[in-house]
Design a protein around this ligand. Structure first.
Ligand SMILES: C[S@@+](CC[C@H](N)C(=O)[O-])C[C@H]1O[C@@H](n2cnc3c(N)ncnc32)[C@H](O)[C@@H]1O
Length: 263
């Protein structure tokens, strides 16, 4: 059964522009995700789960890397995953990671990006996903977090980023501080060989990053105005920074953590 919360929020797949936003997220995030997966040594026979797969680029990458194995790409809403033909060793499954399980010890790799921070209890979800791992199997969890707004030299832009976080927190409980707690949660789940790396998203000089954030801000705008978090004028003034060639600031940081079930 699916959670109604995510599917009602501004990031639901039915929201105008969400397909393009997820496509940009993949273009921006896949290189660092793939670098970590390659470092872990994804092998051709691995059985993988890509949880909350979104548009599915990492699921497809895993399917290509594991020709003698398989990947199950799960999501609450599988419409984007079903838009193009799936490789023979890839299965698309409608699956709520807060309720639905895979058999314990059945997977060599579980990956989830920009998923757990949206869940009501990310640590519990991590524990459950860790149970799916075979001995020696890896889990990779990625979630974004932000630098303090007050540290930005661009108060309007920082206020908009902060208001978007507040909107997501209020509308479906997204916790952007979770990302920093992932390694400790992995240790509590009994995982070993824990590691962490961070990709900083830089707005201003990176046109692709700007395009991603324009989409995020456009999708958040009705909610920001309706909840009184920002006025249309304040949002417009903040977004204008993205047109300024001299503007450079961080948006978010994508935290990537990995851990292994002991052999
Ligand atoms: C921000 S998107 C990230 C998509 C993809 N992981 C990526 O990084 O490109 C979050 C995805 O998680 C899915 N999702 C949200 N809650 C979920 C849940 N409880 N179980 C499974 N998928 C969920 C959403 O439908 C959405 O596709």
């Amino acid at each position: 059964m699916s959670s109604p919360v995510y599917q009602d929020c501004v990031l639901a797949h039915g929201t105008r522009g969400e397909r393009e936003r997820l496509r940009l997220l993949e273009e921006l995030s896949d290189p660092s995700t793939i670098a970590v997966l390659e470092r872990l040594g994804v092998a051709s026979h691995w059985q993988c789960v890509e949880a909350g797969a979104g548009h599915g680029s990492i699921a497809r990458w895993l399917a290509a890397r594991c020709p003698d194995g398989s990947v199950t790409a799960t999501d609450l809403d599988t419409a984007f995953l079903e838009e193009s033909p799936t490789p023979v060793n890839m299965t698309v499954a409608r699956h709520d990671v807060t309720r639905d399980d895979f058999p314990a010890g059945s997977r060599n790799l579980v990956h989830a990006r920009a998923l757990l921070g949206h869940l009501p209890d990310p640590e519990l979800a991590l524990d459950r996903m860790a149970d799916w791992l075979a001995p020696g199997g890896w889990i990779v969890v990625e979630d974004p977090t932000y630098l303090p707004a007050a540290a930005s030299p661009y108060p309007q832009f920082a206020a908009l980023l902060e208001a978007c976080q507040t909107l997501l927190a209020r509308t479906h409980g997204t916790d952007h501080s979770w990302a920093r707690r992932i390694p400790a949660a992995m240790a509590r789940a009994g995982l070993t060989d824990i590691g962490m790396t961070i990709r900083v998203a830089v707005c201003g000089t990176d046109e692709k990053e700007n395009a991603f954030w324009r989409r995020c801000f456009a999708q958040a705008t009705p909610g920001l105005i309706a909840t009184g978090l920002m006025t249309a004028e304040q949002i417009a003034a903040a977004v204008t920074h993205l047109d300024d060639p001299a503007f450079t600031d961080t948006a978010w940081m994508m935290v990537t953590c990995w851990g292994r079930r002991p052999s």
